[in-house]
Design a protein around this ligand. Structure first.
Ligand code: ZN
Length: 44
């Protein structure tokens, strides 16, 4: 009942090791399955 929001499955990025949703492009490094999918600007 308290489960109104479905939490995505959280996995760990194989590239950067940050927690990220499974089967999704990693928001931290922009990689998915070893491919650069997103261009992530480095934070200052
Ligand atoms: Zn990553």
């Amino acid at each position: 009942m308290a489960n109104r929001l479905r939490a995505p499955q959280i996995g760990r990025c194989a590239n950067c090791g940050e927690a990220c949703p499974s089967h999704r492009v990693c928001p931290h490094c922009g990689r998915y399955k070893g491919r650069q999918v997103l261009t992530v600007e480095p934070k200052k």
